[in-house]
Design a protein around this ligand. Structure first.
Ligand code: KG4
Ligand code: ZN
Length: 367
């Protein structure tokens, strides 16, 4: 079945029990993007500001924790000001403040959390701390109205921090079907991109690898270099692909010794194998659901790697639901949206709420 394509400009889903629209200002700073957004309970995205830090981290080959905190400290006030300006609102007109409570990098989470808590206290507004991965997982409910995925659905969260295949049975209940004991798929994309000395585009190393492959007409087929990871087992691992690329590069005398067409072939083989692994594990999860008598119609794919067009074009025997690419990578719209049910039911946090840098998604109920 072809992938289900979504409306580029989401505005949707209303919480019908509430007559007045509730407006949330949300902040996200769990990794390297400083984000602020204003979203209403009827699904209107009034603003969506994302200030990227890729240029700062490029030289380090990954997110430099201290530089990331510094950049968040510089950028958060700018993001908040711009989000309010773009929404044509002043802070007093906002009904609630949301922020990413975890999981994520401790120092980075701290910047968004302190800003949100201080804003909420100063303005005397309710506050909600949101689980970052839950926010990724719920984004398609915002973006695919009027036909949002219905529970239970499968969720594939593929980002820099996570590689998770979940069974979502409600907005707060997620069962982990597969995860990875080692590196996330996003980090492996980043490392391979670096090994091939690809320039980090403004969108980052993973996106630059995708662009590099798309721009090539590959002759050489290096697919055989890539191992199949744990066939038949519902578990991810991308370290084998990472090592295969590393071994090949070393055997050929290092990155500089590789000509462009070999780099293209290697990037292509890696991307195919990585996406192939995702497809294989999804098929296993579907078989598991069927065996359990769980009828699943949709596979929601989210997280930064879900903006990859090669992945988005893959065909699965199930309806694929992707948020628009700009809402797959980190953003504060998803944080605002994931906080909404809690504001509307009065299940808000104290201003003293603490961040949770480590926080499993199957543990949303406990504080
Ligand atoms: O969800 P996200 O923005 O932040 C985290 O929560 O980690 O995901 C970022 C990750 C990075 O590893 C980035 O390189 C990867 O997603 N990514 C991509 C693409 N766009 C972002 N990987 C492959 N292809 C892409 N187009
Ligand atoms: Zn993320």
């Amino acid at each position: 079945m072809p992938p289900c394509r979504l409306l580029p400009r989401p505005r949707l889903i209303s919480f019908k029990t509430h007559s007045r629209s509730f407006t949330v200002l949300a902040l996200e700073s769990s990794a390297d993007d400083t984000c602020a957004a204003v979203v209403t309970s009827s699904g209107n995205i009034l603003s969506n500001v994302v200030l990227k830090q890729n240029h700062i981290h490029e030289g380090f080959g990954g997110i430099h924790p201290y530089r990331a905190v510094q950049a968040h400290q510089q950028n958060m006030p700018i993001a908040v000001r711009k989000a309010l300006n773009d929404a044509r609102m002043n802070a007093a007109e906002v009904d609630g403040i949301a922020f990413t409570r975890g999981p994520g990098m401790t120092g980075c989470l701290g910047v968004g959390s302190s800003a949100a808590k201080t804003l909420a206290a100063a303005l005397n507004k309710p506050l909600v701390g949101v689980h970052h991965m839950q926010a990724h997982a719920l984004t398609p409910i915002l973006t695919s109205a009027p036909n949002p995925p219905t529970f239970p659905f499968l969720t594939l969260l593929v980002s820099g921090g996570h590689t998770l295949l979940l069974l979502a049975t409600s907005i707060t209940q997620f069962r982990i079907l597969a995860t990875t004991p080692d590196e996330s798929i996003g980090r492996v994309f980043d490392k391979v991109s670096r090994m091939l000395a690809l320039p980090w585009s403004v969108k980052g190393p993973g996106a630059s690898l995708e662009e590099f492959v798309a721009a090539s007409t590959v002759q050489e087929d290096l697919a055989l270099l890539m191992p199949r990871t744990m066939p038949g087992i519902l578990r991810f691992s991308f370290t084998g692909l990472h090592s295969a690329v590393e071994r090949f590069v070393t055997a050929r005398g290092g990155t500089e010794a590789l000509d462009m067409s070999t780099r293209h072939a290697l990037a292509n083989a890696f991307q195919k194998a990585a996406v192939g692994q995702l497809e294989e594990k999804v098929a296993l999860a579907l078989a598991w659901c069927e065996k359990q008598g769980i009828g699943v119609k949709h596979l929601v794919v989210s997280g930064g790697v879900a903006s990859n067009l090669y992945l988005r074009e893959s065909h699965d025997p199930i309806l694929l639901v992707f948020p628009p690419a700009e809402l797959c990578t980190d953003n504060a719209v998803m944080i605002a949206w994931a906080s909404m049910h809690r504001f509307l039911t009065g299940n808000t946090d104290d201003y003293s709420v603490l961040i949770r840098p480590k926080w499993s998604i199957d543990d949303l109920s406990t504080n």
